[in-house]
Design a protein around this ligand. Structure first.
Ligand code: AP5
Length: 216
């Protein structure tokens, strides 16, 4: 088993770069944000619990998150390679992930911190559009669909995530600063943190990560 983490503020491009890395590696993409949005859509017990936190841009409780990640890992083969996106987000989640991996004799192999200035983050989030059907991610200016409002990949309709409203974006960035940034020092001390310049083209970010991955 191998495990890497994409770490970065909301809008840093974790999901976008994960889609590229998935296409050229055998890592499974595990996005807790995507899992929670699916749970909300399905109105499952986890979804009902998570909805109000997500709408406000607050973090869903650690126990809920660790529960869905554990369930997911139990369904996969013991040899699986994981690329976590948006998880862990608190020190408690990081400790929980460490314990989960230890059960398989594994550990976190690399943490890729996507470094993007705040003004770029806000611009990326305010222009993001997502396909309702397949989840593909676009940006109205940077990465537009060929036909406005229609996904290039599956023809589904695109929409703006409710938590991309201006007020919620401000809170999400503050929540990241308060609750998640501490993970940078935590993983740096463990010698597994790689800082990746991620303000440019998505392919450049992906290439930088692939170069580090080749040496892990
Ligand atoms: P989540 O879905 O994880 O949201 P996030 O961390 O806020 O990250 P985003 O999805 O907003 O950004 P991203 O970095 O993936 O950027 P993207 O690639 O889309 O979480 C949502 C909520 O769920 C949380 O607020 C919380 O409530 C809950 N939650 C989730 N995980 C949790 C956890 N572990 N613990 C507790 N609660 C949790 O890109 C953004 C935009 O930029 C797009 O429009 C894209 O097209 C564009 N873009 C990307 N890269 C580039 C580029 N290189 N150049 C130009 N444009 C680009």
């Amino acid at each position: 088993m191998k495990a890497i983490i994409l770490l970065g503020a909301p809008g840093a491009g974790k999901g976008t770069v994960a889609a590229l890395l998935k296409a050229s590696t055998d890592y499974l993409h595990v996005s807790t944000g995507d899992m929670l949005r699916e749970a909300v859509k399905a109105r499952s017990p986890v979804g009902l619990q998570a909805k109000s936190y997500m709408e406000k841009g607050e973090l869903v409780p650690d126990a809920v998150i660790l529960g869905i990640v554990r369930e997911r890992m139990e369904r996969e083969p013991k040899t699986a390679k994981y690329m976590f996106d948006g998880f862990p987000r608190t020190l408690e989640q990081a400790a929980g992930l460490g314990a989960l991996l230890a059960q398989f004799g594994a550990k976190v192999d690399g943490v890729f911190l996507l470094d993007v200035p705040r003004d770029v983050l806000v611009d990326r989030l305010s222009g993001r559009r997502v396909c309702r059907q397949c989840g593909a991610v676009y940006h109205v200016r940077n990465i537009p669909t060929k036909v406005e409002g229609v996904c290039d990949l599956c023809g589904g309709a695109t929409y703006q995530r409710p938590d991309d409203s201006e007020a919620t974006v401000v809170n999400r960035l503050e929540v990241y600063r308060r609750q998640t940034e501490g993970l940078i020092a935590w993983y740096r001390e463990r010698g597994v943190l790689f800082e990746i310049e991620a303000a440019g083209a998505k392919e450049d970010t992906s290439d930088r990560i692939l170069r580090v991955l080749a040496g892990l």
